[in-house]
Design a protein around this ligand. Structure first.
Ligand SMILES: Cc1cc2nc3c(=O)[nH]c(=O)nc-3n(C[C@H](O)[C@H](O)[C@H](O)COP(=O)(O)O)c2cc1C
Length: 329
């Protein structure tokens, strides 16, 4: 018996209900593909500035490159002008994404002031225009990632969700915070449930999913078709296999770390690949980096070989994180 799809992205079946969130500076090809292998059901790219796609494509190309088996791959773009979003989306469509996603959640002042990211939540009519335009002219589905609104006085998540759906949007990811909250405070899962009840298209709930148990809790609380995970996946990419970080033995950390580093070196070249990998290395090795000198040596290792030697030393004979946690009580 083939597995049941968890939900559909347009006409395409999606097998799996947990998805890596788009994260600027993190959800690049090497990390995304590692998460996809561990169980993330869709590969969302980091956000891509729509005008850059048209004016400086070479600079932003790495953001939309992907491995064929990462599909379904969703390219996320941001911008504020419907026509430019359309032209960028048409250009990007040539590279074969499963969908194009419009970022309506970025809280960054520079972006919001220009009416992009969460700034679009202020202009529902423009949101309608963007989705009508893109869904009419693109062959692939158009999706949205939204927040609850600009601030508590202006929570318009249900309105925006219905506008997206009525104008051809195929899926919504909802981060349960307002723009004013940034990444602070508690994500409001009940507001995500309100969106689920307001539309028929699939909804991915997002915000404050830290553990495998939280995945089930969010699904039960919101009725969402799936769960999108950001920061917790940086700490624990095994969350996509519904495994707790403390249950991952050092040998498995070693295997995934090596594979991730190899992809980073391959994708960015040996120097940049190592530098960009350091922030992930700090997370992979976090349970064993109590010793500050070792931490510094690892995170400043000048070559991949030197880094791997130190990482192997750190992990060889290391106890599992669960055993470390128990012994410290
Ligand atoms: C470093 C960082 C970069 C992010 N970049 C993006 C982005 O490019 N596009 C986007 O829609 N959201 C972006 N987000 C928001 C996440 O996708 C997600 O909505 C948010 O982190 C809440 O989920 P979490 O509690 O699981 O982390 C970013 C978040 C972080 C922490």
């Amino acid at each position: 018996m083939p597995p049941e799809p968890a939900f559909y992205l347009g006409a395409a079946a999606v097998y799996g209900d947990v998805v890596l969130a788009p994260m600027d500076g993190y959800s690049d090809l090497p990390f995304r593909s590692v998460c996809r292998e561990l169980g993330s059901a869709i590969s969302y790219t980091e956000f891509i500035h729509a005008p850059d796609v048209l004016q400086r494509p070479a600079r932003v190309r790495p953001r939309w490159q992907y491995l064929p088996w990462e599909q379904p791959v969703v390219f996320q773009i941001y911008g504020s002008t419907p026509q430019i979003l359309l032209e960028a989306a048409l250009r990007l469509q040539e590279h074969g994404p499963a969908a194009i996603d419009i970022n309506m959640g970025c809280p960054d002042g520079h972006i919001v002031r220009r009416g992009a990211g969460a700034g679009l939540l202020r202009t529902p009519l423009k949101v309608a225009r963007i989705f009508r335009l893109l869904s009419r002219h693109l062959e692939v589905p158009v999706t949205a990632k939204i927040r609850l609104g600009l601030d508590d006085a202006c929570r318009n998540h249900r309105l925006i969700a219905r506008i997206v759906e009525e104008n051809g949007g195929a899926l919504l990811a909802v981060h349960g915070r307002t723009r004013a909250q940034g990444y602070k405070g508690q994500a409001d899962w009940d507001a995500i449930a309100e969106v689920v009840q307001s539309v028929r298209i699939p909804v991915l709930g997002n915000g404050d999913v830290h553990t495998p148990d939280d995945i089930a809790r969010m699904k039960a609380r919101t009725g969402a078709a799936g769960v999108m995970i950001g920061r917790a996946a940086i700490r624990n990419p095994w969350i996509f296999a519904r495994r707790r970080r403390e249950d991952i033995p050092p040998a498995e950390v070693w295997a995934v770390l090596q594979k991730h580093l190899a992809r980073s070196l391959d994708f960015y070249g040996p120097e940049r690949g190592l530098v960009l990998f350091r922030k992930y290395a700090a997370q992979y090795l976090a349970p064993w980096l109590g010793d500050r000198a070792r931490r510094r040596a690892l995170l400043t290792a000048p070559t991949p070989e030197a880094f791997l030697r130190l990482a192997r030393e750190t992990l060889t004979g290391a106890r599992s994180p669960a055993a470390i946690a128990k012994s410290s009580f």
